[in-house]
Design a protein. Structure first.
Length: 409
């Protein structure tokens, strides 16, 4: 009796097919790339790391699942912001398998922050980093010259902003020298041109102050003034820099790092060369302040003089009092000198008495004598030290005698 086909073992129904692990991973990889190639996915960044290769490795997750992701260095260089842990992002790419380990990965080709634009995020990140470095510190900002002899302008030569600035400066002070460094103010390469223009004008020694800016536009149009290279060139400028970018409501990184922010290019021209009437008003105000200060100083001097006059109302009386005081001091000094001399005399007499009492001559006056053995001039204290026939010199209170030893006791 034959068995039904369904009762046969699986490997007996058809010729078996075996795969190596590499072949299996390649089949899975190809299937994934064919079915899941080019799509957007939203998730939260975690475990973000950047090895020396420059590639971005991270995990993309939601509240229930997660997937490993990688963004290679070439794609990462195109981002205008820096991904961070906890950031919710939109990623475009494909799912594939890393055959070596059999790991499932999301290969990201583009990334955008969710909930806020990439340009805005890049602006905030750069602003925070440069502020931490001290590029915005008020203490390092330079003071603008009152009336600069030469003014540098870095902007587009075709823009209305340049014409407005030239008109205002020319109307107020036609004798001012203006040096224009034309640059592109938007588009690819604009930031590099602006930075180069700032560096050239600042280092040329031809300008006393510099205006950097352009007319209004969208965030994308003004973006060149948010680039780090422009910020650092302004920071390094040896001359004061006025940032005049866009309209009054527009703020750029250049505004924060510049020595002064003007709300518009027109306002920058008005700041760099004030109206003559304004200067006249300032001079008048300073003159008033100076007169007030001088009056106050004179009042204080009068008060001091009055005090001096009161203290010197009767100089003759003061002189008499001083003379009397000198006389009293003289009498006291003479008395003190006499007392001191008397004390010294007493001490001298007492010291002389003590010296007389200790003098050997005083002992001799009482009938004693001093004997020396000659010629040795040795003082004789003991008769046993003498020999018969020795010569002695005996000193009395008055006179001396030479003797010869005839005997000893």
């Amino acid at each position: 009796m034959k068995k039904a086909a369904d009762d046969l073992p699986l490997f007996a129904r058809q010729a078996p097919r075996f795969f190596t692990i590499s072949e299996l991973n390649q089949i899975i990889k190809g299937t994934l790339e064919q079915e899941l190639d080019g799509f957007w996915v939203v998730g939260e960044v975690s475990n973000f790391r950047v090895p020396p290769s420059g590639h971005y490795y991270f995990t993309l997750k939601d509240d229930k699942s997660q997937i490993s992701a990688v963004m290679f260095r070439r794609q990462g260089l195109g981002l205008t912001f820096a991904p961070e842990n906890g950031m919710e992002v939109l990623c475009f790419g494909k799912v594939s398998l890393y055959p070596v380990r059999g790991d499932l990965q999301l290969y990201v080709e583009n990334m955008e922050p969710r909930g806020q634009g990439a340009l805005y995020l890049a602006f905030e990140q750069l602003k925070k980093r440069l502020a931490a470095e001290g590029l915005f510190a008020e203490a390092r900002k330079k003071t603008l010259p009152l009336l600069p002899a030469s003014i540098g302008i870095v902007t587009s030569e075709r823009g209305a902003a340049l014409r407005d600035m030239l008109r205002i400066i020319g109307d107020r002070y036609p004798d001012r020298r203006i040096v224009v460094r034309p640059v592109r103010v938007q588009g690819e390469g604009a930031a590099e041109e602006i930075a180069s223009g700032i560096t050239e004008l600042g280092g040329s020694g031809q300008v006393d102050v510099m205006i950097v800016g352009r007319g209004g536009g969208s965030l994308e149009d003004l973006w060149a003034f948010n680039e780090e290279i422009v910020a650092r060139s302004i920071f390094a400028s040896p001359v004061p820099v006025i940032s005049a970018v866009g309209h009054e409501i527009d703020f750029t990184i250049a505004d924060f790092v510049a020595d002064l922010r003007a709300p518009t290019p027109t306002a920058a021209a008005e700041v760099v060369v004030p109206r003559k009437s304004e200067l006249v008003d300032q001079v008048v105000d300073l003159e008033k302040q100076l007169l007030q200060w001088m009056r106050r100083k004179l009042e204080l001097a009068r008060e001091d003089w009055s005090g001096f006059v009161k203290r010197l109302a009767d100089p003759e009386r003061k002189l008499r009092e001083t003379q009397q005081h000198v006389d009293e001091l003289s009498v006291d000094l003479v008395r003190r000198c006499r007392d001191r001399i008397r004390q010294l005399k007493n001490r001298l007499v007492q010291g002389g008495g003590r010296l007389d009492a200790l003098s050997p001559l005083a002992v001799l006056n009482r009938g004693y004598s001093i004997t020396h053995k000659i010629p040795e001039e040795k003082l004789v204290k003991d008769a046993a030290s003498l020999d018969i026939g020795d010569f002695l010199r005996v000193t009395f209170a008055k006179g001396k005698a030479i003797c010869r030893v005839e005997g000893k006791e």
